[in-house]
Design a protein around this ligand. Structure first.
Ligand SMILES: [Fe+2]
Length: 161
């Protein structure tokens, strides 16, 4: 049996080509106080988005639940932890969060943290009574990115792939 080494051109023409995204060309989009995200991919077909998160010292991502999808993370710089966990993420730490996980991301160091995250599903931000007060998914993240680019006069990189 002979297996073709390359995807036929006819299939590539109908499918998704490979991409090499230069993150320098993508702005840091404000997400909250002392929190920014730099998107790298909006996978609309699967409800998945990939971004680099930056949180400066003393910043936090408020308590939230990952409904309907897992999270994968890889710490690139600085350190951070979840209030609900014992471990600390440092450069080289790979993180897995199962669907439904609830946590609060905090950065204690004066040094900023930078972490790559791959997210599926919905991020539901919770109040003290566990009521959902806001939620994000691939569409709201894409909208935030495009709105920020428009308001900043930046030509957005098309990250839909
Ligand atoms: Fe999270």
């Amino acid at each position: 049996m002979t297996i073709p080494l390359q995807i036929p051109d006819s299939v590539i023409a109908m499918g998704v080509p490979d991409r090499a995204v230069q993150s320098d060309a993508v702005p840091w989009v404000p997400q909250g106080e002392r929190v920014w995200f730099k998107p790298l991919r909006f996978d609309l077909a699967n409800g998945r988005w990939i971004n680099i998160l930056k949180v400066t010292g003393g910043g936090r991502v408020n308590r939230h639940r990952h409904t309907g999808g897992q999270v994968l993370g890889y710490c690139l710089q600085g350190s951070w932890h979840y209030l609900e966990r014992e471990w600390v993420a440092r450069p080289g730490t790979f993180v897995y969060e199962p669907p439904g996980d609830v946590h609060t991301l905090v950065v204690d160091d004066a040094e900023e943290m930078i972490t790559l995250f791959i997210l599926d599903g919905v991020v539901q931000y919770l109040d003290d009574e566990d009521r959902v007060i806001y939620q994000d998914d691939v569409y709201t993240k894409l909208d935030r990115y495009l709105t920020f680019c428009r308001e900043s006069g930046i030509e957005p990189v098309d990250l839909r792939y």
